[in-house]
Structures are given as structure tokens and as C-alpha cells.
Design a protein around this ligand. Structure first.
Ligand code: KG4
Ligand code: ZN
Length: 324
């Protein structure tokens, strides 16, 4: 089985080919970051138009041959953006006479470590940390996902991006804020650790942005101050995530932890989780953030399990991982 995977849920147009025997054969990505940067965030209408403009050209670039199935992201994400990938993917499947399958974007992130040379075995706990989601998931097997906890307000990636914006870093500022924090003094400012002393596995990150805004209103933003704020913000976010991961491992009795999604590329988070007392699995950096490879991989597993999409083009912009 050889799957062409398409990802268009947000601001990256990405395609890949995954072969059940040979593994990942090709993957390319076009990022719309520059297109949205001047607006300080993703503009949905521009995202859809750009996916329409770029998707077929990217598919042509990886020269799909011998494709026996097509996978595309159908949710969660921006409706118009999802429709571009779903419409093209479903139609290509029909035209080529091969089965097609709609994929959950977060299941893509969840299983992205399976593309690495030493993939985790089931079962495991997964921490999914992206621009739109912060989830702790108990994973029993393919498609068996129980949500243990999630953010009650902003996603952690969103908190990174909003705080970065307050520091004058262009969208999406998460990675640049992390780089800035390396010069920062960890002891100058203190940020709250929201919901850490409350039982349960839910998160709250909107207070971190508010704390940053209050400090920024008081301070003169020289280079060192910006770095100090970035450092303390990141320390608070990372400590919150790692304590909740520890708790999730305790509650479930699992010995393996998978960390994925854009914030999974964060170096401080990776270092903190390396000492958590479990086997920790991360995708390589480029498969932490949005990509087509994870969608092709999930599509392959689902088609192998006998699932297919019917001849209609459907999307689920809001779709919880435990409703798959
Ligand atoms: O998974 P992803 O590419 O897209 C979504 O599905 O949301 O995640 C993007 C998010 C953005 O908020 C971005 O700022 C954040 O991941 N991010 C980072 C880092 N690299 C990307 N946040 C912190 N540190 C990083 N190194
Ligand atoms: Zn994502």
C-alpha cells in the first residue's frame, strides 16, 4: 500500500508519500507564514486561497507513482482550508480509482513519532501541544484515544505566540521566543503556574499571557528584559506541562510518553521531559509542526484497517480526538 497524504488544515500546505513496506518516500511543505505575518495571525480566507493555489503543484513536485490510496486532513482546522485538501484528495481518489480516507489532524500529530527509526509501542500517554490544542491522551492502540486533560482556555502554542507578539516578535513567535529565552535570567520575573496545585490533568494558559502583559506594561523593554520575560514565561509553561505529564503517567500507570505538535519542538520542554522517568518519544523537529507525512502515515494505517471515505466531500472543523 502506498499513500499520498495531504495536509491543509491551517497555514501549511504539505504533501507526502508513505509506503507501508518502504516507509516515507517523499514529503514537501509550503509555509504560508510570510503571507499571514503582516496580519499578526492566520487569515482564513487567505489560507484557503493559498492552499488552492499551491496544493496541486506540490503534489506534482513529489511525482506520485503507484499510489494505492489517498489521505487528507478533514478536521479539526479552518473550514475553508480543510475543504481544499478534502475536495482535491477525494476527487483524486475517484479519478485514480483508489480508496480515499479523511484523517484527524491531531491523530496525525499523535502518531508522528511512528515515522522515526525507534517508534513507540502501544500503549502510551501522549502530550499534544500545538497552536490550537493542549491535550493529554491515554493511547491504548490505533484509534483508541481517551482524553485525560486539555486546556480550558488558550492552547500552549497560542500562549507562546501571544506572549511573543507582546514582546514584538512577529507571528508565529513560539520558536523565536524560545530562542530569545536562552539569553534570559530565570530569576528576575516570576510567572504563575496555572492549575498546578489543583487536582486533575486540565491546563490553563491564558493567565501566562496576562502575566506577561502586566510585566511588559511596567518595564522598559530593552533586549535583556525581553529575554528575561521570555525565559520566565517559558519556564512556567514547561514546568506546567511536565508536572501534568508526570501526573498522567502516574494515573494511567503507563511507562511511555509521546510528545508531539509544534511546541514539541521546544528545546527546554524536551530537556525537562527527558528526566521524567519514562521512555519519551518525540518526532523529529520538522514532523512536530504540521506536515503531510503524519497524514499519509495515519491514512495508511486506517486504510489497512479497512476504513474508507464515501463519495462525498466532508470536513469536521471542530472534532474531538476521542470522537474518531
Ligand atoms: O502543530 P503546529 O505546527 O500547528 C498547529 O496545528 O497548531 O504548531 C504550531 C505552534 C505555534 O504556536 C508555534 O509558535 C509553536 O507551535 N512552536 C513552538 C516552537 N516551534 C513551534 N513553541 C515553542 N517553542 C518552539 N520551539
Ligand atoms: Zn498541527
Amino acid at each position: 500500500m502506498r499513500i499520498l497524504g495531504l495536509e491543509t488544515s491551517c497555514d501549511e500546505t504539505a504533501v507526502a508519500i508513505y509506503d507501508a513496506q518502504k516507509g516515507l518516500l517523499a514529503h514537501v511543505l509550503y509555509s504560508q507564514v510570510a503571507l499571514h505575518a503582516e496580519y499578526g495571525g492566520v487569515v482564513p480566507e487567505l489560507a484557503s486561497r493559498d492552499h488552492s493555489a499551491k496544493l496541486l503543484g506540490l503534489i506534482d513536485e513529489i511525482k506520485p507513482q503507484g499510489i494505492t490510496g489517498i489521505a487528507f486532513t478533514v478536521g479539526p482546522g479552518l473550514a475553508g482550508a480543510l475543504l481544499v485538501g478534502a475536495a482535491l484528495g477525494r476527487s483524486l481518489g475517484y479519478a485514480w480509482g483508489v480508496p480515499a480516507i479523511g484523517v484527524h489532524h491531531m491523530e496525525g500529530h499523535l502518531l508522528a513519532p511512528m515515522l522515526e527509526p525507534h517508534p513507540p509501542e502501544f500503549p502510551f500517554v501522549a502530550l499534544l501541544v500545538s497552536g490550537g490544542h493542549t491535550l493529554l491522551v491515554n493511547v491504548a492502540g490505533l484509534g483508541q484515544y481517551q482524553i485525560l486533560g486539555e486546556s480550558v482556555d488558550d492552547a500552549v502554542g497560542e500562549a507562546f505566540d501571544k506572549t511573543a507578539k507582546l514582546l514584538g516578535i512577529p507571528y508565529p513567535g513560539g520558536a523565536a521566543l524560545a530562542a530569545l529565552s536562552e539569553q534570559g535570567n530565570p530569576n528576575r520575573f516570576h510567572f504563575p503556574r496555572p492549575m498546578l496545585n489543583r487536582a486533575g490533568l486540565d491546563f490553563s494558559f491564558s493567565g501566562l499571557k496576562t502575566a506577561a502583559a502586566q510585566i511588559i506594561a511596567k518595564e522598559t523593554l530593552d533586549e535583556q528584559t525581553r529575554a528575561d520575560i521570555a525565559r520566565s514565561f517559558q519556564d512556567a509553561a514547561v514546568e506546567t506541562l511536565s508536572v501534568k505529564c508526570q501526573r498522567a503517567l502516574q494515573v494511567t500507570g503507563q511507562k511511555r510518553l509521546v510528545v508531539a505538535g509544534g511546541v514539541g519542538a521546544n528545546k527546554a520542554l524536551r530537556e525537562a521531559l527527558a528526566h521524567i522517568g519514562a521512555d519519551v518519544y518525540f518526532p523529529r523537529h520538522e514532523f512536530c509542526t504540521d506536515n503531510g507525512a503524519m497524514i499519509a502515515y495515519v491514512g495508511c494505517q486506517r486504510l489497512l484497517a479497512g476504513q474508507t471515505s464515501d463519495l462525498s466531500i466532508q470536513i469536521w472543523p471542530r472534532w474531538s480526538l476521542d470522537q474518531i
